[in-house]
Design a protein around this ligand. Sequence first.
Ligand code: PHE
Ligand code: ZN
Length: 876
Amino acid sequence: MSKDNPRAIHLKDYRVPPFLIDRTELHFELGEKATLVKSRLSMRRNPDSDEGDAALQLHGDTSLVLRRLQLDGKDLSVSDYQRDDESLTIAQLPDNFVLECVTLIKPQENTSLEGLYKSNGMFCTQCEAEGFRKITFYLDRPDVMSVFTTTIVANRQDYPVLLSNGNPVEQGEQEDGRHWCRWDDPFKKPAYLFALVAGKLEQVDDSFTTQSGREVALRLFVEPQNLDKCDHALASLKRSMAWDEQVYGREYDLDIFMIVAVDHFNMGAMENKGLNIFNSSCVLANPATTTDAGFQRIEGIVGHEYFHNWSGNRVTCRDWFQLSLKEGFTVFRDAEFSADMGSRTVKRIEDVSLLRTAQFAEDAGPMAHPVRPASYIEISNFYTLTVYEKGAEVVRMIHTLLGAEQFRKGSDLYFERHDGQAVTTDDFIQAMEDASGIDLGQFRRWYSQAGTPVVEVSDDYDAEQRRYRLKVRQHCPATPESDSKQPFHIPLAVGLLDEQGNDLDLGDGQTTKILHLTEAEQEFVFEGIDSQPLPSLLRGFSAPVKLRYPYSAEQLVFLMAHDSDGFNRWDAGQRLAVDLMQGLISDYQQGRELVLDRSLVEAYTKVLSDRSLDPAMVAKLLLLPSEAYLAELAEVIDPEAIHLVREFVKRELAQALQGLLMDAYRHNRSEGDYQLNADAIARRSLQNAALSYLMTLEQPRILVLAQHQFASADNMTDQLAALSLIAHSGFESERQQALSEFYQQWQQDPLVVNQWLSVQATSPRDDSLTQVKALMAQPLFDLTNPNRVRALIGAFCGQNAVQFHRADGEGYRFLADQVIALDKLNPQIASRLLTPLTRWKRYDSRRQALMRAQLERIMAGELSKDSYEIVSKSLA
Ligand code: PHE
Ligand code: ZN
């Protein structure tokens, strides 16, 4: 970074805004060379501000060309205001005034995908967090809420559809081939929820009748070639609307709800009021092109954005430190929605897996921050797993502490008390406390302290006294913001199993009890216990902590078979496999021969033979801990050892369980009768898990099975699973053939091409970096399309540890090259891509030096704030 280093912004410096904007009238003239933006802001001094006659400081990006500025109808000249890189300042203003402003912007040249930009010929916006300041001068902060009226003028031929927030109120034609449309949004909102779309779009219509009997028009806008991929999103939307009424009593508030799909998008989707804009990969689906996981993801994201209408839009954030107020709560809401739509246990397993690998790693790295960060340099860097996923876990713990009923009272109070306001995470907790009468004082530390607490449990049983005791200790490792942590309030859900595997009654017929950990060390006593029980700890993953208890392999196998808590049954299997694999990793490192302990084979035999189990659960139970999870748990990460050991265990299991795996494959495979329901999805997941084991045997007859599945599949789940197994195998000509056939079949569909790129990027074969570079050189690759970048570069660097961490450091050099190039085009994507390099301290000294050298090389150039923050914090 050569210029002055960017400054950090601190929560403690928050001041209420000195000015407010009551009305915002916007007028856009969209053009092929440039777009003219006229704004008319009705403003006044904020009576709650203590800054007296402060000057007005509007946010505005350097790229804005200011054409005209008027105060109460009179032109201001350059001497009446001051402009710098980020703002425009006007002094000596009256208490009430109207400010009019004309700016010129160039959406065609905007590759950052923030503000107004173009994607495949259509105009669209992305304003969260601070994109509005790239459109016009404004108070671009979430505690300034205004009603908006937006007029869009554009050429009718190329932009027949003109959309913005709220309701369409007027439209008309001009003589020059242009037409216009005016939208009015009656709900006050911050600028980050503003949206505009203009393009040649087709629409699919539907409708929803709310619980109070209002009819809401639902509209999904897509490019014409995607019309056959709309049904699932619309069905998901209707389920979301009904669910939010049933579970939270929340009804939709406008007469129209629109979703637009765009190909160029930095994130998954955006909850703009009444006009959600989605990354096409998170909304478009049909069975031929979309996997089961894809369908489920879309349902979850459609729900997420819809739920934001209350948790985010009607009640929004006071400042960006409060981001988890809307995101943590909304992720919790969408997770519960998905759990209710499908399998609760499977959804929980998936969410916890993500948290324990990616969020725990973030918490242990240089970017660790509390759910409510205390400072940031670039807010875009804080759309993190901590704010989203850990934030959702924190809300889940409140739900656990209060119980469903009190939690609902709390959320009702929160929405009622703060409707139309911009508030803080503390306001949220206060509402929960006030409604339930439960003290969350100590619990608030979850918002202010970073790091993953470690909970160590030991126990003893006194047969004579019939007394069982749990001793629990908690501590939390140091993180950048603080070395010493105060104890957290941790709800630890516990069950006790007797020798038959039945739950003991822990009082009043309760079989799971919540223990409240509030001190560094505590003891919990259970009386009247007739024989030594086996504890089932942290049921349902009741808190985002690392739990330690010295389970024996035998005890874990027992829990896998008997625990009444589905999550813990799965987790016992994970613990068993982790223990064995950690032993094997060190065997490998010491040059000892690898031998797989029988306990895992026995456990898996039971799982595979038990026909009473849900196939989705069986598939989850069979899935070995991921390389990323093993890495997170390691003292010093050895990517090669982790990869080889995991492959070894998989192959050994496949050898020992061939017959059962083949049965599972045959039994669950359905040919030609595609269905998308929980049962069919479960069967496909087990079928493909079994095939993945069998393929490790490298037998031609199994290759034939995979090839047959690849060729005959009537759905993407089966086709892609087969493709990736063949493509990652050692069958050279077959893998090339499958890859090229797949490309031939799907080259017209960009979303499928992305999956094809990812399959190649995640290949553990030694030539994968070379392949990735070759694919980047092809015309289909495009550095300005984030989905392409994520599918190829992101997948290689983030999901192919063994190749990214090649001993020669070429993976690191490659990533640094890409970050340097991308940072000029799209800083948000560049800085996100950096994540794997930031974890350099977790590796051996050779790799550390290689990774550090690349970070320093990046640091030496001119950098965006986004990348500067990540790199400088990583090197600190
Ligand atoms: N607010 C969006 C969501 O989580 C995410 C997002 C953030 C999208 C920033 C774009 C830009 O639903
Ligand atoms: Zn969100």
